[in-house]
Unconditional design. Structure first.
Length: 191
């Protein structure tokens, strides 16, 4: 029973701590329009619903059932994702925002986790989503995870467009040419 509660407890702990820390951010000088945020927010919401609900209400057949050892491994994978996510947030400091924003003191951060991937918060969350897909074991959960991936890619591209515009295309393109978007050590997607 405790093992079944571990992954949801990790997600809840991350969400509560993430929300509680939202006051650390500095005020933005420019914020995305609500219209530009709608697609990625829609993808993330629909993906999360597909990932969570079928498993909670048992209306989607399970394709696999993780063993106890596999469940602990899945929980550790999710924990690693959340730790990576928090490392990125702490490293970004007051430049962090939940929306696509530009701050007066904005600059390209290319150290710490931002030297490994351009969007380490999304990388960490996608690792936790992947762990959740493995724990879920349903085809709806897999579809939900893929939709969430589309949402994070959509938001990352929106952020990169804003950063190129605000910080200079040449400077951001140089960073993007050196650092992959989401997956460390793999060829990266152009911005």
């Amino acid at each position: 029973m405790l093992l079944a509660l571990m992954l949801p407890a990790l997600w809840i702990a991350w969400a509560v701590s993430w929300f509680a820390a939202s006051g650390w951010a500095s005020a933005p000088s420019r914020v995305e329009s609500g219209r530009s945020a709608l697609p990625y927010r829609f993808y993330l919401a629909v993906g999360a619903i597909l990932l969570i609900l079928p498993n909670r209400f048992d209306w989607a057949p399970r394709l696999w059932h993780p063993t106890a050892w596999e469940s602990w491994t899945i929980d550790l994978l999710a924990l690693a994702g959340f730790v990576f996510c928090w490392w990125a947030r702490l490293h970004l400091g007051r430049l962090w925002s939940s929306a696509v924003t530009i701050k007066p003191e904005h600059r390209i951060v290319d150290s710490g986790p931002y030297g490994l991937v351009r969007h380490p918060i999304y990388t960490g969350l996608l690792l936790a989503v992947f762990a959740s897909v493995l724990a879920n074991g349903t085809w709806l959960g897999m579809v939900g995870g893929l939709i969430m991936l589309a949402g994070f890619l959509s938001k990352a591209r929106l952020e990169e467009t804003a950063l190129r515009e605000a910080l200079g295309r040449e400077a951001y393109d140089d960073y993007a040419s050196r650092v992959p978007m989401l997956v460390p050590l793999l060829p990266h997607l152009p911005g």
